[in-house]
Design a protein around this ligand. Structure first.
Ligand SMILES: *[C@@H]1O[C@H](CO)[C@@H](O)[C@H](O)[C@H]1NC(C)=O
Ligand SMILES: *[C@@H]1O[C@H](CO)[C@@H](O)[C@H](O)[C@H]1NC(C)=O
Ligand SMILES: *[C@@H]1O[C@H](CO)[C@@H](O)[C@H](O)[C@H]1NC(C)=O
Ligand SMILES: *[C@@H]1O[C@H](CO)[C@@H](O)[C@H](O)[C@H]1NC(C)=O
Ligand SMILES: *[C@@H]1O[C@H](CO)[C@@H](O)[C@H](O)[C@H]1NC(C)=O
Length: 421
């Protein structure tokens, strides 16, 4: 049979199939792609519960990486989100070598140096290799709003120099070129890997960071333009993997029904994002958002107040479902946390329930806890430590022995699996 005939025969057969031949022909096998408001994997819808774990590439023992994936898999996790950045200053190098810290970028001047060694990108290579072995796909984030682990402030300080504001990251052509040099390194390294779920432009990009912003950023669309430019850049390097922002999902509502939202950071464009405009960008394939009302609204929730942090979260979940529906793209509840085990048992069933009821495509709590790792007791960096084989606990970590909370997510994973047939 000629290839043309085979194609025609398949096409005729596929009048009966549920999958779409254009899609099947355009993305390699094992890659997740978007079709309307759905993720697709090998011709089937793909809905998931995922895990956040920034510390996984910081492990020094391959065995501990495998243990972590094994525990994630047992919990029903299908997607992992982790940091694709780890930058250090030259002054930190001696300490980093001594503690066997993973780092990818070394900054001694405006030109960072790449570390492809065994304590560098080889650790990321192994994370992706192990992910593939355990049938888990990875969202890789290129930089961070925070300085933590070498975020975008490093570019601003080293390239922009003294006095440069946080938001010059989005506009200074020298900084943009430097960021793109890093992005290109990672994309070219992994663009053929089906272990990558999606590329993510930045964790929680905002107008301000540890450094202040200039007045040019808030409410200006500057961040949306940056998302547009960087997502197009990645698409030019890699046609097959999906791309998302990594943002918290702030809205910029100019004429809200509730006028008090004009003074609310999450709705008034002050933060820099515009969830609706960002999701409409041609190379942003799906929406993501985060929920931390204890940081954002704590003073408004007190006994006898008419404001509840838990209710606020439910509303935020519904608002993002509506926005995604309007954009006809998938949406992922990508990070959420609530301090206190009792609080978690009260709040998470409502939030996870709301996300599932509104048919969201992914639910990813911050953050996954691993137990009994073979990794030696060690401080990773800052206060992040592996102790007695337990992965770091920032008060948001969910370990398997927190049975009720853990089971909220295994149950949700079962629901998402049923929605993936
Ligand atoms: C890294 O070095 C730069 C330049 O000396 C400095 O401005 C910045 O504060 C340092 N950052 C950290 C996190 O050490
Ligand atoms: C971005 O960085 C600043 C400074 O550390 C912090 O105030 C802000 O909360 C950060 N964004 C998020 C979402 O954490
Ligand atoms: C809730 O309480 C605040 C502060 O007491 C008040 O300003 C606001 O009007 C109340 N909102 C509703 C809907 O009752
Ligand atoms: C539970 O949540 C409330 C409201 O945010 C907070 O005040 C309290 O400290 C939390 N409990 C724990 C143990 O963190
Ligand atoms: C579960 O394991 C963690 C980590 O070892 C520990 O801190 C915690 O006390 C254990 N029990 C519960 C109920 O969280």
């Amino acid at each position: 049979m000629t290839p043309r005939f085979v194609f025609a025969a398949l096409f005729a057969l596929c009048a009966l199939c549920t999958f779409d031949l254009t899609w099947a022909a355009s993305v390699p096998k094992g890659f997740v792609s978007v079709k309307g408001s759905q993720f697709q994997l090998n011709g089937r819808p793909f809905n998931f519960v995922g895990a956040n774990s920034y510390w996984l590439p910081l492990l020094t023992e391959k065995k501990a990486v495998d243990q972590t994936f094994k525990q994630m898999r047992a919990a029903g996790v299908k997607v992992l989100r982790t940091w694709g950045f780890n930058g250090i200053n030259g002054t930190e190098l001696a300490g980093a070598l001594e503690s066997d810290l993973t780092y990818y970028q070394l900054w001694n001047g405006p030109e960072w140096e790449l570390n492809e060694g065994p304590n560098g990108l080889q650790r990321m290579d192994y994370v992706l290799e192990a992910a593939a072995k355990h049938d888990i796909k990875v969202i890789l984030t290129f930089t961070n709003n925070w300085s933590a682990y070498g975020g975008l402030e490093f570019y601003v300080q080293w390239i922009g120099g003294a006095g440069a504001t946080h938001d010059t990251f989005y506009t200074d052509p020298r900084i943009v070129a430097s960021y793109q040099r890093y992005v290109k390194t990672l994309v070219n390294r992994y663009k053929d890997s089906p272990a990558i779920f999606a590329w993510e432009l930045a964790n929680e990009a905002r107008c301000r960071g540890d450094l202040p912003t200039s007045s040019a950023c808030p409410k200006s669309g500057m961040l949306t333009e940056w998302y547009r430019e960087q997502s197009a850049f990645i698409r030019s390097l890699d046609k097959n993997h999906m791309i998302t922002t990594g943002g918290e999902g702030h809205f910029f509502w100019k004429d809200p029904e509730d006028p008090t939202l004009l003074n609310d950071y999450n709705y008034n464009g002050e933060a820099g994002e515009d969830f609706d405009a960002d999701l409409a960008l041609p190379n942003i394939d799906f929406g993501v958002y985060h929920i931390y009302p204890q940081y954002w609204y704590a003073p408004r929730d007190y006994p006898s107040s008419n404001f509840s942090l838990a209710d606020w979260g439910v509303q935020w979940i519904k608002q993002h479902a509506e926005a995604a529906k309007k954009a006809n793209k998938p949406v992922v509840l990508e990070e959420f946390g609530y301090f206190g085990l009792n609080n978690k048992t009260q709040v998470f069933p409502r939030w996870v329930g709301a996300a599932l009821q509104t048919k969201q495509n992914g639910v990813m709590p911050w953050q996954f806890g691993a137990l009994d790792l073979v990794e030696p007791d060690r401080v990773i960096k800052y206060a992040d430590a592996i102790i007695d084989g337990d992965s770091p606990n920032d008060g948001h970590t969910i370990y398997k022995n927190q049975t009720f909370v853990y089971n909220i997510f295994t149950a949700a994973a079962a629901v998402q699996k049923l929605r993936s047939l």
